[in-house]
Design a protein around this ligand. Sequence first.
Ligand code: ZN
Ligand code: FE
Length: 289
Amino acid sequence: MLKRCVHNYVLSNEDFTSYRFDPIPAACQDAAMLYIEPIPAFDDNYIWLILDNERRYAAIVDPGDEEPVIDYLQQHQIQPVAILITHHHGDHTGGIQELVAQYKIPVYGPAHEHIPAMTHPLKEGDQVTLKELAAEFRIIDAPGHTHGHILYYGHGQLFCGDTLFAGGCGRVFEGTMEQMYQAMEKIEALPDQTLVYCAHEYTEANLRFAQVAEPDNGPLLQRIKDTQALRKQNKATVPSLLSLEKQTNPFLRCRVESLILTAEEYARKPLTNPAQVFATVRRWKDSLD
Ligand code: ZN
Ligand code: FE
């Protein structure tokens, strides 16, 4: 069985970009698990570093900014081996050029989007092998937030960019509601113990909406309490467990009676399939953001 590896990160002060990492619990030093480090950027982005067990090499996920990444790599004497990109938005790609200029590393990204300096375009079913990390990730196509968004799944971990968030999902900018719903279904099909590494700390606001959509969801009320407690201590709420998302994230609950009922009330008409429920709930949240 996969050991749980959810640990939290402590801010040294009020500034989001000065997160400190709690010591890694022994349970996380499982050889099958990779070691994941968050680098906070901008107001609420997480740039994820995927490290080998000895923490000598790293892959960089969605570097929107190069500066905090370079600082971290230099400070810890880590050699970057690859950049993994989920989608083309600037807060996920803005640091690529500088990192490539400095380190000459390959850039993996969505085949259907324009990504600066991309060397390895990827699509559904492709496999990324990172030798130095002894890591392999499978690519899942997840259009919706953008038209070519991809997810990286491997070692019980999902790097999902702006597709699924803790307690919510990304806005549907370039794809269709139907596509985004299909992306939710693909994520739902992954094992419950999957750790979800999304790219933003949006959890508290997401859960406020989740409570509007499902006021009587017990696990959700508990998650809101837990999340508020973490945020009060300036700790990250990411990664989260997929099993918790399935219990509390409305966008993964489009087949659940309690959500269907409130979505129908909001839509003022019967909704005949889960994709319609998804589209309704997504529009509902958009109207309140
Ligand atoms: Zn985005
Ligand atoms: Fe983003």
